[in-house]
Each structure stands twice: as C-alpha cells, then as structure tokens.
Design a protein around this ligand. Structure first.
Ligand code: NAD
Length: 494
C-alpha cells in the first residue's frame, strides 16, 4: 500500500480512507505491485484522479489463475460449515466497515452516499444468504425405475472460476458472484472494471481478515481487459466464466468460452419496459418510476428504459414525474441532500446528449433537463421526454442515464407487444390495480424478472437474471449456488 496522492478537493477523511485501500494485485494471498503504468482512478464528480493502482499484464492474470488452481482442491475439501463461517464473518466485517465501503463507492463511482449505503446492505446480503446456503448443498438417492440399482446424484464444485464485473455496482456485482462460488467450494479470479476497481480491492482485504485462505480469491485490476482475460479463458484449468456487463462484450466472451466448453453465467444489458395502466395507483407508479429510473443515476441494468403509459393518464403521469424530477438535487454524492450524482465518464454524458438530440429531432418534447450542466464532473441534468416517437434510438438502446422517456398506448395487447419490442429481456415493471391484468402481463412480457406495482425487485434471496439477449443463468436465491455446482450421477447395481 502507498500513501494516497491527495488530490485537491478531498477531505481528510476521504484521503485517509483512500490511503487504506490496497493498490496492488491480490494473488495467492499477497499484494503485488504492478510493473507497468498504473491505472488512474477518477472521482466522476470532479474528474480528478483519486488513486493510482496496479495495472495487470496477461502474465499476472495467468499467475492469478495458477493461485486459484492450486488452492482449488483444498478449498473444495474444506467443510461446508467452515466455508459458511468465513462468509458469515465477512458479512459481519462488512457491517463494521459499512461507512468506509459506502464512502469508497461514492468516491470512485459517484452514487449518493445514501445509495452507496443501500448497496452495502444489498451486497452484504449475498454473503449472509450464501453462508446459509453453503451447508444445504444436497443431492438425491433412490432406486432406478427398473429396480436393478441405486442412483446417487451429488453436487460438486465446478472448479476455478473467472469473474468479470462492471463499474455500476462495485460491491454487489462482486459479492453476488464471489459468495455463491465460495459457498459451493470454488476458487476464483476476479477482474473488476477499471473505472471502479477500489471497492473490490478493499473487499479482498476484508475476505483475508475474515479468514479466507490464500489463493481462494485473487483480484487483478487492469486497463487491458481483453488482453488479460483472453488467456485466462483459454486456459484448460479454468472451468467457469461469470460475466456482468454489456451484451456486446458478453457475446464476445461467450464465443471465447466456447473453445473450452466452459460453464458460463452472463448477466447482460437490459431495456426494461415500465407499463402504467389507466387503473394504476398513480402515487405508486410515480414513486416506482423515480426508483426504477433514477437510482444509480439510471445506470442500472434493471433501470426502466421505456415508459409505456396509457394515453388517458399520460399527461398527468408526465406532469407528476416532472415535478419530482425537477426537485432532484444534482451534485457530488458525498454532499448533504444530493439525490443524483454524476455519470461514470464523459462518454456517458455525450451519449445522453446524443439520445436526447435524436429523440427531439424525431418529435419528442423535453419537459425538464435535456443537457449537461456547466462545470467540473460528468453530470447530466435529470430529464423527462414526452411524445417519444417509434424508431427513436432512446427506445432501442440501453439509456444508462437519467432520462425518462414516455410513450403512450391504448390497448392491453398493444402494451404487451410494445414491452416485448426489444432484443433484451431482463426485467419489466407493470402498474395496475387489476390483478388479473397484472397476471396477464407477468405471463406475456418476456423477461426473467417482473415488478408488479413496484420499481425495485433486487433481493439476495431471489433469482436475478434475464432471458433473450439479457443473459444466461441466475444469481442469488436458491438458484444462485447451482451456477457453481455440477451434478454427478453414480449407478450402484443392486
Ligand atoms: P462493459 O461490458 O463495458 O464492461 C464490463 C466488464 O467487462 C468490465 O470489467 C470491463 O473491463 C470488462 N471488459 C470489457 N471488454 C472486455 C473484453 N473484451 N474482454 C474481457 N473483459 C472485458 O460494461 P460496463 O459499462 O462496465 O457495465 C454496464 C453494462 O453492464 C450495462 O450494459 C448493464 O446493463 C450491464 N449490467 C448488467 C447487470 C445484470 O445483472 N444483468 C448488472 C449490472 C450491469
């Protein structure tokens, strides 16, 4: 660890915390300095560099896999109760270090401190949930139908696993993979996003403090993700690839994983429909919209992307959300009262401006926001668009920012058809007080998850994941641990 390069504008508390975050690669239980130009981590609220950390080369990635492969047999043979207790200690330590983790996420990623605290809770729940699941891995035992033998079905750890995580939820996207893998008895190499690597490094230190043996979790940070990841994925010792990120990168990784027929979990992009019927409780719909759209500054795979609102209430819905959106306070996430932080980088800001311009050129109207404010940091005004026309980019692309785009519909059939008009299928939101209609939408909308009269569905005890081009596999819930187990069947003749 080295002293932080105290950037102007950091408080003493922020500098002290950043100085405690490791800046090396974590391989086989040791922190190693990088051997090439460091990664410069920025605060997106100011654009300033807040820390420099090691930048792995491809050979560092292979050494991390060496460590995971070496530790694999001993970890698989570690009693489930011991694995569970380490996860539980990690959960407890995370609660003790809650304020540090929340502040660190706000500093490197930008989300308001209250939301960062919410992520500590959510991310921590995967540790607690899978500490409970570790001791409940079971199989089956019974006669075969012919009566000539006994069939034994057991579950084994898949083996060394490689995780690639995104920048938008720096803690939860890591714990959602690491916790079930450790519970199942797998060792791992984690590559966090280069934009927000600090939380994963800080978390690796927490795992060590919780008693995790060397080599079970290894962390490599790099600015050359493709070059470092490809040799790991091509190595025959690797047995599993789990990726959370954009659909184009997911497709490329699936192709690479095909070479060695790896088990894969893919949590990819979303384009969530948010359907509001004329019989909806409008207060609930407006609250749900604020949560589903503006949490994490709209940078969530579960963010509502297309608001599909019944024509008879569209004007009132738009007026009410506009009032709420105009009251959002934009600023650095550490500042008192801020409810909307910056976007992750300048490319994201440029992409918001382009989406608004395209929608407006096709006939949309801006009710509030619509531009990047003057000044430092990667901010974009929270925006409401109405009269968004079919064919607009904003309906097709994952927005990943604070723009609420409203279109209207007249019949239920039209609402379902429009909700499904996308290659994605992660989550859908429906607001109606008619339960039968709600059930028809749950059945008719082609997604892995649905929220009925709510704008937030994520829970460590629930299976999170998508269909279509939103991905493969589930994280969390009873299902989550099975991503890291393979089924073995044995026949014992009678
Ligand atoms: P991204 O695909 O650009 O990057 C994700 C990760 O992949 C990062 O660690 C990045 O360094 C790495 N990466 C990029 N190119 C790579 C390559 N060629 N080989 C290996 N690794 C590579 O995505 P992002 O911008 O970090 O995250 C936003 C995306 O993630 C959005 O599309 C969002 O919907 C998605 N996401 C999905 C979920 C989910 O659970 N479905 C959750 C969060 C985010």
């Amino acid at each position: 660890m080295s002293a932080v390069d105290t950037a102007p504008g950091l408080t003493a508390r922020e500098s002290e915390l950043l100085a405690r975050v490791p800046d090396g690669l974590y391989i086989a239980g040791r922190w190693e300095a990088g051997t090439q130009d460091p990664i410069q981590v920025q605060d997106p609220a100011t654009g300033r560099v807040i820390k420099r950390i090691a930048n792995a080369r491809p050979e560092d990635g292979i050494r991390a896999l060496d460590a995971a492969a070496e530790a694999a047999d001993a970890w698989a043979a570690t009693p489930p109760r011991t694995r569970a207790e380490i996860l539980r200690r990690a959960f407890d330590l995370l609660q003790e270090r809650r304020d540090d983790f929340a502040l660190l996420m706000t500093l490197e990623m930008g989300k308001p401190l209250a939301e960062a605290n919410g992520e500590v809770t959510y991310g921590g729940e995967f540790l607690r949930w899978f500490s409970e699941e570790a001791v409940r891995i079971s199989g089956r035992y019974g006669s075969n139908p012919e009566g000539t033998g006994t069939m034994v079905v057991s579950q084994r750890p898949v083996g060394p696993s490689f995780f690639i995580t995104p920048w938008n939820f720096p803690l939860a996207m890591a714990t959602r993979k690491i916790a079930p893998a450790l519970a199942a008895g797998c060792t791992v190499v984690v590559k966090p996003a280069e934009l927000t690597p600090l939380t994963t490094l800080f978390f690796a230190q927490l795992l060590e403090d919780a008693g995790l043996p060397a080599g079970v979790v290894n962390v490599i940070t790099t600015s050359t993700s493709g070059a470092v990841s490809a040799p790991i994925i091509a190595d025959p010792r690797l047995r599993k690839l789990s990726f959370t990120g954009s659909t184009p990168v997911g497709r490329a990784l699936l192709a690479q994983a095909g070479q060695n027929v790896l088990r894969t979990s893919m949590e990819l992009g979303g384009n969530a429909p948010f359907v509001v019927f004329e019989d909806a409780d409008l207060d609930a719909a407006v609250n749900g919209a604020m949560l589903a759209k503006f949490r994490n500054m709209g940078q969530a795979c579960t963010a509502a992307n297309r608001f599909i609102v019944h024509e008879s209430i569209a004007e009132e819905f738009a007026a009410r959300v506009t009032e709420r959106v105009s009251a959002l306070r934009v600023g650095r996430g550490t500042d008192e009262g801020v409810t909307l932080g910056p976007l992750i980088d300048d490319r994201a800001v440029a992409s918001m401006a382009a989406l608004v311009e395209d929608a407006v050129s096709r006939g949309a109207r801006v009710l509030t926001g619509g531009a990047a404010p003057e000044g430092d940091g990667f901010f974009f005004e929270p925006t409401v668009l109405v009269d968004v026309q079919p064919g607009s980019e904003i309906l097709r692309e994952e927005i990943f920012g604070p723009i609420l785009a409203i279109t209207t519909f007249s019949t239920e059939e039209e609402a379902v058809a429009r909700a499904n008009e996308t290659e994605y299928g992660l989550v859908g939101y429906v607001f109606t007080q008619d339960l039968a209609r709600g059930q028809r939408l749950i059945d008719g909308v082609d997604t892995g998850m649905m929220g009925l009269n709510t704008g937030l569905v994520s829970n460590a005890a629930a299976p999170f994941g998508g269909v279509k081009q939103s991905g493969l596999g589930r994280e969390g819930g009873l299902e989550g641990i099975h991503e890291y187990l393979s089924t073995k069947y044995t026949l014992i003749p009678a």
